[in-house]
Every structure is written in C-alpha cells, then in structure tokens.
Design a protein around this ligand. Sequence first.
Ligand code: HAM
Length: 509
Amino acid sequence: MSEAAKPESERRKFRAIKGTRDILPPDSALWNWFEKTARSVMESYNFGEIRTPIFEETELFARSIGAETDVVNKEMYSFEDRPFGLDPLKNLDDFNRYIHDLERMLTSGQIPGTAANRDNIGVLKTTKEKLDGAMKKPGATIASTSGQLIEFFYFVDSIRLGDSITLRPEATASVVRAYIEHRLDTRPGDQKLYYIGPMFRRERPQKGRYRQFYQIGAEVLGTSDAPAIDAELIEMLTVLLERCQIEKYTLLINSIGCANCRPQYVELLRAELRKPEIFERLGADSKRRVETNPLRVMDSKLPEEQEIIEKKLPKISEHLCADCKTHYEKLKKELKLREVPFTESPRLVRGLDYYMRTTFEITSPILGAQNALCGGGRYDGLVELLGGPKGIKGIGFALGEDRFIDAIQEAKKIRATRPVDVFIAWMGERAYPTAVRLARVLRNEKHIVELPPVEMKFRKALERADKAGARYVLIIGDDEIASKQLTIKHLADGKQEKISEDELIQYLQ
Ligand code: HAM
C-alpha cells in the first residue's frame, strides 16, 4: 500500500533529528531582534561581518581545537567528501567499472593520490581475483567464501575517496583560516570580525545544549596583544547583555599563561594529580586527563572533585611568568576603567587547546546546568599554527544564542513581536479590490496588515482580528464602497468611526 493511502495514524512521520529543533514564530521574532541588536552593538565597536562556510577540512578543526579535546575526539560531524561522478559499487558485477573509475580518478587527482590509496587499489584487485576463485570452486556457498568477501569489502572501504570534512563545531578556526587565506594581515590595523550562524556538536542533548546550536562570535586579529583589546571585547559583551536587559550574570576571568610558563605549571599539576591520595579520589574522566590534558581537571563539575580542585591543586595564577602576570594585571585595570565587574576564577581553563593568557566566560544562574552564556579568550599562536604569518595575535568570544534567548525570555523585559495593526474585514466582491489596494497602501506605511484571502462573515472576521491581537479592524462592505466612507473599529474599546480613505493614514498614526 502506498504511504498516502494508509490511515494517518500509520503514515510515517518525520521529526527533527535529536538535538536539533525548529524555531517558530513568535520565538523567531526574538531571535531576529537579538541578532539585530548584537549586530548593532558589534558594529558600534567597528566590527565587520565575516561569513565562512558551514563545513571545512576536518584537519583544520583537529589542529586548532586540539586532537585530545572532547569537541574533536567525540563531538564532530565528519564525513568523507566523495569525488563528483564516482558511482558507488552496488554489486560485484559492477567491479570492473568501479576499479576503472578509481584508477582514472587517482591519475587525474580527483581522489587523493596517496601511497596508501595506490597500494590499496592494487590489493583490491588481488582480493577480487581471490574472491572470484573461491566463488568458482564447486559447491561454493556464502559461508565458504565469507572470508574472501570480508577481505574484499575491507579493501573497498580502505580507499580514501576524498578529504574528510566536518560540519563546523565552532568558528574561530574558520575565521583564522580565512584571515590567512585572504591575507587579511596586509590590511591596515587590527581585523575585527564577527559572525552569526549554526554550529554542530554531537553532545548529549539537554536544556540549553543542542547538536545544532547557534553562536554569535567576534574575533580580533592583529599584531598587538594589548590588554585593552581583551577588555574592550569583554566590555562589548556586557553592553549586549545590558541591551538585552539580562542583569543576573557573572563574568569570570583568568589567565592560563603562555608557552613559556604553562608547560611547567601543567607538569606541577600533573605531579600533584598523580599523588595516590588525590588520584584515588578522581572520577574516570579526570583520571584519564591526568595524562592527556591535566588542565581540564580544573574545570571538572564532578561534585566529589570540587574540594580537591579548590583546596589541593596549585593555581595557575600563582605560576604565571612575569609577562603573563603583567598582561593579566593590566587586563584587570582596563576592566575596572570600563566599570566592568568581574570575578577571578583560577579554574577557568576552557575546553579548547588554542587558548593562552586571557580566558573568560559569562555564566548566568537563570540558565540551569548549561549556564555558560558565552566564552572566549586569547589565542596568540593559532595563526602561526595554521600556517599563517608569524607574530599575529588573536582574541575572541562566542556566545550561545540559544542560551541568550532563554535568558532574555527568563528576564521577561524584551518584547520582540508587534501585534497586527489592521485587520481588513472585507465583505462582497465590490469591496475586495479596495481591500487589496488599501492593504498595500498601509503596508507601505510599515503597518502590519492582515488581509483575509477569502471573504469572511463579519462576526468571524472580528473573532479572527481579536485572536490576532489586532489594534484596528477596517471594515469594507457595500455600504462603505457606496458612501466612500470606511468604517474603522478600535478593538480595545470597541469604538467605531467613519473615515475617508484620505484620512486613513493620519488616523492610524
Ligand atoms: P565554546 O565555549 O565552546 O567556545 O562555545 C561558546 C558558547 O557557545 C558557550 O558558552 C555556549 O553558550 C555555546 N554552546 C557551546 N556548545 C553548545 C551546545 N551544544 N548547545 C548550545 N550552546 C552551546 C567556542 O566555541 C570558541 N570558538 C569561542 C571563542 C571565539 N574563543 C575565541 N574566539
């Protein structure tokens, strides 16, 4: 039976994929308001918008964010980018065509010309011959040829058909890639860039945590690492919070040192964490991180580790080199100058590897478990790490739009939707052309107008107008056409008046 012929209860229904969601009106109006407000704040600080692709080479993220981080290790949506025009191998009879295509594409560079690919294509041909031999043996069955089949498909899979690409889990790496690719270092002054868009991470979904979420971020790239840049960026965020009338938040700041001082601190931390009386009290994740990334133990949320982190472990702020210490002290001075209140948090190490010196986060108690509204920090070595010019410094942040919207809704101060201004209740064929014309005139005057596409009984039209929250109902029927006088009804007090078309615009003002 075709799907359409089945009763509705049995028809296959599609739902948004776990961790993704639809943003519907009226919420979408608040999203638009927020994006407009964020753009206007960032542009007032002379940031310009950058739009980068949604997917990039996997290696770009692995190298920037760090291969040992949760984002790269567990959370990326990655897939192989197949060459255009290579039809998949659908059955064994198709093999000659497939191997011919592979060899042609290897020669023309359409699939990666790696030594492994060349070897594996050769081995694939041999395994096919072995498989054919096994299948031709008298009495051959699927069971008797399964070994050769497995080997054959193993080599089919082992050929890399294209680069691994990844849906961006964040945008700093992409911005830095674009900075290098377009030689933005040759433009005068610091490059101040902002972006708005979806990011993708395969995290366990919960309130405030999605697999497709939206970030608004900003990055400053240039030769200076003046703490005033860090402070201005943070100040800009607090201005945005103010515009959104979010009052309950905490700005946490820290310095995580540089390539000179951090390695020594990390070793000290590791030595402390390895002590049996501490190690035994750690959870499984932290135990693993003692070797892979001990710094991350500092931001563990596990209740039983909190006392150890607070009381037993060395704090990075006490192990900064002189330059990092000076930079951090100046940052605090700059924040005070701008009257931006902050809390120092020696535990704020952030989950991405590219950070150095300044790190910061803004958390809000109204958000629940996923309480980070935004996070950021300095990443002075990243441009060089990604093959760019030496000596380019960077700092930036990204805020979680989903969480900002929750916080705005929770604070209940912003109303982003505007109700319908005029609902046109038209009755009769003679009234319709006037209704269509006046709808356009009013819309040109920026009024929100609802024009029913088919005629409605007067009572029904009033009910609809009321439900839509309309301020006015413009009534146009045979009488109005004959007398050239429109009827306008103010829904809040039920007052009704007769006006001419010429008076309409003025009346609504
Ligand atoms: P991040 O801390 O990974 O930093 O993410 C920034 C913000 O994005 C978080 O504070 C949170 O509000 C939001 N966010 C992250 N993951 C999710 C999720 N699964 N669902 C909802 N919201 C989420 C970065 O991404 C860095 N690129 C920030 C940066 C820019 N550092 C320097 N420049």
